[in-house]
Structure formats: structure tokens, C-alpha cells
Write a protein that binds this ligand. Structure first.
Ligand SMILES: [Ca+2]
Ligand SMILES: [Ca+2]
Length: 342
């Protein structure tokens, strides 16, 4: 029996009632920078501990759940914002990969258009045809970059406190190095995203038991209908949703976040301490394919009918040289609590 879009939408509205508006949250007044030059400004110390990394109950790439122990580390309270990235660019003159374009030697088989400065932008289709492919709603837009998220005619005016996007992996690394930091490993990121809760808890809904959104995701039927119950159709200013048990915002949703680990489908079964993911030489790449790193947490484009990766154990590959409108990052400082300036 075919189910009409209308009936699915109605069921979705029953499941995810509207509860907040953008105006009702305090996030909108944040400047986008912590306002301090201290080494750990805007960071939270995560005490080390053990947890079950991965999941045997979700998607195949999350298997196998296994025991992991991580040492304590500092991590940004929120995704790196446009204001923070702008400070970096102002200080260093850094130009992102999306602004430079790709070196043809790095991608010999790639169409010329995709080598030009630009990035991929989500364009909501007006109708969903059976068999529609993902690429139908992602378009490579020349001139799209962190300053112009939707293309050359767009801007980040009044978005200082939004997460920076269209950041390739090397851009994220460059920012982190400038701050004397690094990017989280997947295990660090997943441990931090749990916020002290147990991995076995139900993480399947981006709403709490009272129906309040816990993350900026997509409500309705992706990719054609966003009922926008959480108040944000695209990125939200950082910190608009309740912080997790460690005081971290937007670990789930808003924008995907880079981790250092190379992507390989699934986890090893063996217990590990401070794992860093597989070595690149163990990963088979197709000719001309760029290697991929793990991104975590899902984004404002994740819906219950399509991505649903707004869970700590969820993971996705991202080509290291591809800027995207829904991918950002946050940094870590691998230093014990007592050795870092507070
Ligand atoms: Ca949203
Ligand atoms: Ca996020």
C-alpha cells in the first residue's frame, strides 16, 4: 500500500510537535567568540573514562560496539564560528581550499568544473521522484565558500555566531594549529557527545521526552518538506539548544564535525585506549578518489526519514578536499587539566 506524503507529514507532526521558536532562545545574542585569550577559552575539560564506542543496533558502519578508554582532554564548547574563523583569517591571511580550488594533479579524473573554486550547496528539490539520487539535491556552486555559504550572492552578515561551513579538512587543521590545538579523534568526539550518558540509552530522536528539540535537525520529509519545528531551516547560531552533560552544545545536529580518523566502514571489535582509527594504507581507494575522514553528529539536514545520524555513534565519510554547506568542526587540546591555563 502506498503512503501519501501528506499522511507521512501528519504522522511526523504528531511525533515531533512544535515547541520552540528561534526568538525564544538566548543564543541569538552571542558574539561568536568566548571573549578571552586564555589557552582554554571556550573549552571544557572532559575527564577521561571508558565507554562503549559504536553500536550494534544502528547502521552497519557503526558496528562493532567495543570498549574504549580515552584520556582526559579539552574540547570546544561549541562549533567553530564564523567570528572565530574570521579572526584566524584576519591574523594569517589564510585562504580556504574552497576559495583556492583544487589542484588538477590531486584529482586527475575530476571534471574541470569541480576543480574551480567553489563548494557543494544543498538545493531543496521541488518534488521527489522515485529513485531520485542524492546528487540531485547537492549542487557544486562556483564561488560558494565560508564567506558565501549558498554562493557568491550570499553572505555571512549577521552570522558571526553561526558555525563556519565549507571547511575542508586541511582548513580545519590549519585553524586548529593556529590555536595550538588539534582536531578530535572519533573516539574523543563520541565520548564527549555522550555527555556522561550511557551509549545504550535511546538516542534515536532529536527531541527530549517533553518534546523539546535537543538539536538543530530537519523535521518533516527530507528533502522536500522541512516543517522547521526547531526554528532553524539551515544553520543555527551555536548554543541554541541545551548543552549536554559536559556543557557542550550542538554535538548532535547543526553542522557535521570533522574528526582526525580516516574513514573505514565499521569498527574493530577489540578494546582500545585512545584509538586513532585505521592507517590510511589499509584503506582501499578507487582511482581518483580522495581519502575520507570521519565526520560526526549529523546536521540541520538530518531527518528521521533520511539520515537520522544525530546520534553519538553515528558516522559518515567525507572527502578531505570537499567543502560542504553542512560540515564544520570544533577543536581539542590534548593536555591534562592541571597543565592547561584555565
Ligand atoms: Ca532545523
Ligand atoms: Ca554539530
Amino acid at each position: 500500500m502506498r503512503t501519501s506524503v501528506r499522511s507521512v507529514v501528519f504522522a511526523t507532526l504528531l511525533l515531533f510537535p512544535a515547541t520552540v521558536s528561534a526568538e525564544s532562545v538566548r543564543c541569538t545574542s552571542y558574539s561568536g567568540t568566548p571573549g578571552s585569550s586564555a589557552e582554554t577559552a571556550g573549552m571544557v575539560f572532559i575527564p577521561g573514562g571508558a565507554f562503549r564506542m559504536g553500536s550494534d543496533d544502528q547502521r552497519p558502519e557503526e558496528r562493532h560496539a567495543h570498549s574504549v578508554r580515552v584520556d582526559g582532554f579539552w574540547i570546544d564548547e561549541h562549533e567553530v564560528t564564523n567570528a572565530q574563523f574570521g579572526d584566524f583569517v584576519d591574523a594569517t591571511g589564510y585562504v580556504t581550499l574552497a576559495e583556492r580550488g583544487l589542484d588538477p594533479r590531486s584529482r586527475p579524473s575530476m571534471p574541470k568544473l569541480l576543480l574551480e573554486p567553489g563548494a557543494i550547496v544543498f538545493v531543496k528539490p521541488t518534488a521527489l521522484r522515485p529513485g531520485a539520487r542524492l546528487s540531485r539535491w547537492w549542487q557544486y556552486v562556483k564561488g560558494a565558500n565560508w564567506r558565501h555559504p549558498e554562493g557568491p550572492d550570499s553572505s555571512i552578515k549577521d552570522k558571526d555566531n553561526h558555525p563556519v561551513v565549507h571547511i575542508a579538512y586541511e582548513d580545519a587543521i590549519a585553524y586548529a594549529k593556529w590555536r595550538g590545538r588539534s582536531l578530535p579523534t572519533e573516539s574523543q568526539w563520541e565520548f564527549a557527545a555522550l555527555g556522561g550518558r550511557d551509549a545504550s540509552e535511546d538516542w534515536s530522536r532529536p527531541f527530549d521526552k517533553a518534546g523539546n528539540p535537543i538539536a538543530n535537525t530537519w523535521q518533516g520529509i527530507f528533502p522536500i518538506l522541512n516543517t522547521n519545528d526547531d526554528g532553524f531551516e539551515t544553520t543555527a547560531p551555536v548554543g541554541c539548544f541545551p548543552a549536554n552533560g559536559y556543557g557542550l552544545s550542538d554535538m548532535l545536529g547543526n553542522v557535521w564535525e570533522w574528526t582526525r580518523d580516516w574513514y573505514r566502514r565499521g569498527h574493530a571489535r577489540e578494546a582500545a585506549r585512545n584509538p586513532v582509527g585505521p592507517a590510511l594504507h589499509l584503506i582501499k581507494l578507487a582511482p581518483g578518489q580522495a581519502p575520507q575522514r570521519v565526520i560526526k553528529g549529523g546536521s540541520y539536514l538530518c531527518a528521521s526519514n533520511f539520515c537520522s545520524r544525530y546520534r553519538p555513534s553515528a558516522r559518515q565519510p567525507q572527502e578531505v578536499d570537499l567543502g560542504a554547506e553542512h560540515v564544520g568542526f570544533r577543536t581539542v587540546l590534548n593536555r591534562p587539566l592541571k597543565e592547561a591555563q584555565k
